[in-house]
Design a protein around this ligand. Structure first.
Ligand code: 5AD
Length: 382
C-alpha cells in the first residue's frame, strides 16, 4: 500500500496521536471524534477516509450490501419541523401502497436476488396500519420462504407492535434518534414528540431481538461538532448494529427549512456533504463491525455522493424499488433524487459506479451486521 504522510499542518500532534490510536485499534475518546469531525485540512480528511475504508474492508469486507427500499406511504401523524412529509404539509398528495403493489415490490426484490428489503413509511400507530404491516410480513415470509431479510422503518410503536412485527418475520428496525442531545431534540420536534420515548423505543427494539438501526440528522441549525461526536458515542451506548444518517437538507415547506432553503447554495451543500462523510468515517472507525448506509441525502448533495459515502466507510446502499409514480410524493427534503430510469437499469448503472471505485454490490446475501452475528454466535444462537 502507498505510504501516507502523516505530517499534517492542522493540529498535527493531536491528529497524529489519533491516527496512531486508529492504527493500533485503540479506543478513541469523544474528544478524538470531535477532532476528526473538525478536520479542515484536505490531506487530513483524505487520510481519515482511507483509514475508515480500511476498517470497513477488515471488518465487513469490500462489498456493498444492497437493500430494496419500499416507501410504503407518505401519510404521517407526526409534525417534525425539518421533514417534508410532516402532517401539516398540505402540498403533497398522500398515498398508501396497496397490498398488491407491496407484494409486487417484494417479488421484484426476491427475483432479482436482493436478499433484503426495507419497508419505510410516515408514522402511523392505528390498528389498521399495524395489521396491514403484519399481513405483509406474513405474506412475504410465505412468498420467500424466509429468504428475504426485512427491515422496518415505521417510527415509534408500542412494545406489543414491535413484538408482533418481529414474530411476523421482521428482523431489523431503523429508528433514527435524529440527535442525541435532548435539548436539540426538543427544538426540532413539536412538544408531543419526546426524546425519552424515542430512546425507550430503541431499547425495546433491542430487547425484542431486532438488529437495531438508528442515525442522526447532520448539520441542522444549532447543532455543534461536539453534539455530533456525542451522537457517535450514543450509537455505541445503545449498542447499534446499523446506522442510517445523512446531512440535513432544508425543505421549503417546513418550519425549519422555509428560510434556510434559499441560502442553501453550493458552498453550503459542499460543507454539509463533507460533514456527512466525516460522520460516516468517524463512526466506522469507532464502531468497525456495524453496517453503515450511504444514504440518499448524500446523493442529493453530489452526483457521486453514494460513491463518496462508500469510500468514507459506508457498506450499505438502498435502492428505491416502488413504482416511480409515488417517488415524487416522498420528498423529505428539497431535490431528493427520484432516479428517473427503471429500477434494473439504475441498479446496473449503480453497480458500474461502485465497481469503478474498486468495490461491488453484493447480491444474494442477507448482509447482517458483523456486530450482530458475532453476538449471536457468542450466545450460541445459529
Ligand atoms: N433533510 C435530511 N434528512 C431528513 N429527514 C427528514 N427530513 C430531512 C431533511 N430535511 C430524514 C430524517 C428521518 C428520515 C426518514 O428522513 O432523519 O428520520
Amino acid at each position: 500500500m502507498q505510504k501516507i504522510n502523516n505530517k499534517l499542518p492542522d493540529n498535527t500532534t493531536m491528529f497524529e496521536t489519533i491516527i496512531k490510536k486508529i492504527n493500533n485499534a485503540e479506543k478513541l475518546s469523544v474528544k478524538d471524534l470531535e477532532h476528526l469531525l473538525s478536520l479542515e485540512d484536505e490531506r487530513a480528511q483524505k487520510l481519515l477516509f482511507e483509514k475508515a475504508y480500511l476498517k470497513k474492508k477488515q471488518s465487513t469486507g469490500n462489498k456493498v450490501f444492497l437493500r430494496g427500499l419500499i416507501e410504503l406511504s407518505n401519510i404521517c401523524t407526526e409534525d417534525c419541523y425539518y421533514c417534508g412529509i410532516r402532517k401539516s404539509n398540505k402540498k403533497y398528495r398522500r398515498y398508501f401502497l396497496s397490498r398488491k403493489e407491496v407484494v409486487d415490490c417484494i417479488n421484484f426484490a426476491y427475483r432479482n436476488n436482493y436478499a433484503s428489503v426495507v419497508i419505510q413509511a410516515g408514522e402511523r400507530k392505528d390498528k389498521k396500519f399495524v395489521d396491514y404491516v403484519t399481513d405483509i410480513l406474513h405474506e412475504t415470509r410465505k412468498l420467500t420462504k424466509g429468504n428475504l431479510r426485512i427491515t422496518l422503518s415505521l417510527g415509534e410503536q408500542t412494545e406489543e407492535t414491535y413484538r408482533k412485527w418481529y414474530e411476523a418475520g421482521a428482523r431489523r428496525y431503523l429508528l433514527r434518534i435524529e440527535t442525541s442531545n435532548p435539548k436539540l431534540y426538543a427544538e426540532i420536534h413539536p412538544e408531543s414528540s419526546s426524546f425519552e420515548d424515542r430512546k425507550n423505543c430503541l431499547k425495546i427494539l433491542k430487547k425484542t431481538g431486532y438488529q437495531l438501526g438508528t442515525g442522526v440528522l447532520i448539520g441542522f441549525p444549532g447543532q455543534t461538532v461536539a453534539d455530533l461526536a456525542k451522537d457517535i458515542k450514543f450509537y455505541k451506548d445503545i449498542d447499534v448494529d446499523m446506522i442510517g444518517m445523512g446531512p440535513y437538507i432544508p425543505h421549503r415547506d417546513t418550519p425549519m427549512g422555509k428560510d434556510l432553503y434559499s441560502t442553501f447554495d453550493d458552498k453550503a451543500r459542499k460543507k454539509s456533504l463533507l460533514m456527512g462523510l466525516k460522520m460516516i468515517a468517524a463512526t466506522k472507525i469507532y464502531l468497525p463491525d456495524i453496517n453503515i448506509a450511504a444514504t440518499t441525502a448524500l446523493e442529493a448533495l453530489s452526483p457521486k455522493g453514494l460513491e463518496q459515502g462508500v469510500l468514507a466507510g459506508a457498506n450499505v446502499i438502498m435502492i428505491n424499488i416502488n413504482d416511480h409514480k409515488y417517488k415524487k410524493s416522498y420528498i423529505l427534503y428539497d431535490n431528493k433524487p427520484c432516479f428517473e430510469s427503471d429500477i434494473l437499469s439504475f441498479q446496473s448503472d449503480l453497480n458500474k459506479r461502485i465497481k469503478k471505485i474498486g468495490s461491488e454490490l453484493a447480491f444474494g446475501v442477507f448482509g447482517d451486521a458483523v456486530h450482530y452475528t458475532k453476538k449471536q454466535r457468542q450466545y450460541g444462537v445459529k
